[in-house]
Design a protein around this ligand. Sequence first.
Ligand code: THU
Length: 159
Amino acid sequence: MRLKKIETEIEVYRFDELSESDQALVNQAKAATERSYAPYSKFQVGAALRLANNVVLQGSNQENAAYPSGLCAERVTMFYANSQYPDVAPVALAIATQTEGAFLAQPITPCGSCRQVLLESEERFRRPIEVLLYGTEYVYKLKQVRDLMPLAFDKESLV
Ligand code: THU
């Protein structure tokens, strides 16, 4: 037996320590929470995705009475980006969540299915996507989606 350790680097910032452009992207994710449709969970997630051409797209979670038919903010946003701009790489993604009128103090991290989808885009365009996960107390910043998903199943696994 040998032990394999996998390390992940996460930068932890206060909001006001972030660069201007990161703050702007987080603010767009916060604004997107207002357009969430989450009558069941009341968990309003917003995402803002900056593309390499500097376009910023926003998305939010969209729920459904048939619960599994809903979709998380991250996938709504990434699928929209890839369908509107199939030739432009996404470069930075910010996520924010509010529930009962207040933003969460600590950041939430994307679910497993969203990580899988985000990773596919990162690999498809061969360009790291920075990830900003907002909480009022602190913000997590990761250099790339791959850092959220060690040992991922990807297209290399298929060959
Ligand atoms: N949700 C997201 O939109 N993103 C996440 O990263 C986690 C969960 C949504 C799905 C559902 O609408 C609600 O939050 C509660 O799980």
